[in-house]
Design a protein around this ligand. Structure first.
Ligand code: CU
Ligand code: CU
Ligand code: CU
Length: 492
């Protein structure tokens, strides 16, 4: 497995000479445009070949790996950058597993600060050495995670990243993320299977990652440098008639993506742990921070771009926190489809078991949760903005919602603030029934749901399995770190 990583690193090193040193736009102070969405690598070699993260596959039901977290010098968009890395690369390795598998991950923390590991979207135990967000793995320490997927676990695209409260945004912005694919025995025949980990960061002078300013943290920081698999605007090449599978992860700290590839035919297979009834033709897909998309792409001849069309996620308190170019349009990659026609044979999809619909039963209870943001007037709080749920900032010792294992609940999440917040619940996937006042007809399963500014989203949650204590939070990770997180406990 380390061979794959070394190969990738040497490929990156090899690309440097051609790309040269492009410093234009690096550094907040130099550009004076802290909210610019213009990627640093705009001028990078447009023929930068596409790269994939190293892949690890489970064997005999187990994926056993060591995940070393360290500060590493890597080549990013043609410049030398000091990033936080999993096993020396950005992104970390892709894990391919199956329902019923077990993850045995030895996390080794070589940072000078605590970290931990969250397997985002997996419906697994939050207890002990499972997907436990309350753990803290100190500098120089290591920890053995053991995460068991049930046989009935949904297939789909998931991901891993740190979840140590207070430093999640810094660590993800710094480069810590990787993909988890939960796959069927039988997959759709494709010409090429790609992972697209989309992230953003800002490099300071000297190649370190720029810290978020106070204002940026309030809005949720967005990086100047937009990356696909750690590359700025790489070239995706294919031949006409080929069919590709794109597994897309929005690993950005705060940026919303409205993904599109004009000129290509996109078919949505699913998002998060949810599956479409049959592949659905889409022009674009909205991915809030933390969301994933599973796409089939019929490659049509021509040269184009993979882009984010831009999304207005609102503004801060009375404009005080700025808003302008947040989550604006940007180019992610170039797409070049040329050469001989290679039509692919094979059916797109066999029989699919439809996703469950929790509306078949009456919820055992209903609750309302309100996202809150206000000026702190409390003792010792000064004038800092206080983020929370129901006017309370996160406290890991307080249980905010007690639910009974085995029940189904309906949660309405209200957002009276002036910006959208992506709501993420660990362990227990959510079926969206109403979003921004609009009823959702098809069974739609997500683990991050958008709650629009001034609106609400209603979900159904099945607490059938995985008793224990976990969290829900805003997946604008700066908001999570600043207190927009709370504890849910499922038990008898
Ligand atoms: Cu996450
Ligand atoms: Cu938020
Ligand atoms: Cu989380």
């Amino acid at each position: 497995m380390s061979d794959g990583i070394n190969r990738r690193q040497s490929l990156q090193m090899g690309a440097v000479g051609a790309a040269g040193i492009i410093m234009g736009g690096v550094g907040l102070s130099q550009t004076g445009l802290p909210w610019s969405t213009r990627p640093v690598g705009n001028n990078a070699d447009p023929d930068l070949p596409w790269e994939q993260p190293a892949v690890l596959q489970s064997q005999n039901g187990v994926l056993r790996t060591e995940l070393v977290v360290s500060r590493t010098e890597v080549e990013l968009a043609g410049v030398r950058a000091h990033m936080l890395t999993y096993n020396g690369s950005v992104p970390g390795p892709t894990w391919r597993i199956r329902p019923g598998d077990r993850l045995e991950v030895r996390l080794v923390n070589n940072l000078d600060q605590p970290t931990n590991l969250h397997t985002h979207g997996l419906a697994v135990s939050p207890e002990g050495n499972g997907d436990n967000p309350f753990l803290s793995i100190g500098p120089g320490e290591s920890f053995e995670y053991r995460i068991e997927l049930p046989e009935s676990h949904p297939t789909g695209v998931f991901w891993y990243h740190p979840h140590h409260h207070g430093t999640v945004a810094d660590q993800v912005f710094g480069g810590l993320y990787g993909t988890i694919l939960v796959e069927d025995d039988e997959e759709i025949p494709v010409s090429r299977d790609r992972v697209l980990v989309i992230s953003d960061t800002t490099l300071a002078q000297g190649g370190g990652v720029a810290p978020g300013s106070h204002g940026q943290v309030m809005m949720g920081r967005e990086g100047e440098l937009l990356l696909v698999n750690g590359q700025s605007r790489p070239q995706l090449s294919a031949q006409p008639g080929e069919r590709e599978r794109w597994r897309v992860v929005n690993a950005c700290t705060s940026r919303y993506l409205r993904l599109a590839a004009p000129g290509q035919e996109l078919l949505l297979l699913g998002m998060d742990s949810g599956h479409e009834k049959s592949p659905r033709r889409v022009d674009d897909v909205l991915l809030t921070p933390g969301n994933r998309a599973d796409l089939l792409v019929n490659m049509l001849p021509g040269t184009g771009e993979l882009v984010t069309l831009g999304y207005n996620r609102g503004s801060g308190m009375m404009g005080m926190m700025g808003n302008a170019d947040l989550s604006g349009p940007a180019t992610l990659a170039t797409v070049v489809v040329k050469g001989d026609d290679i039509p692919i044979d094979g059916h797109i999809m066999g029989e699919r078991i439809p996703d469950p619909d929790l509306r078949d039963r009456e919820p055992d209870s209903r609750r309302e949760i309100t996202m809150t943001m206000g000026m702190g007037g409390g003792r010792g709080m000064g004038n800092a903005m206080v983020f929370g749920f129901d006017d309370r900032p996160f406290d890991h010792e307080r249980i905010d919602q007690s639910v009974t294992t085995g029940t189904v609940e309906e949660w309405t999440i209200r957002n009276p603030t002036t910006m959208d917040h992506p709501f993420h619940l660990h362990v227990w996937p959510m079926q969206i029934t109403e979003e921004g006042g609009v009823r959702v007809e098809e069974p739609t399963w997500r683990d991050v749901v958008n709650v629009p500014a001034g609106g609400s989203t209603t979900v159904l949650i099945d607490f059938a399995s995985h008793p224990g204590r976990s969290v829900y939070h805003c997946h604008i990770l700066d908001h999570e770190d600043t207190g927009m997180m709370a504890v849910v406990a499922s038990g008898q």
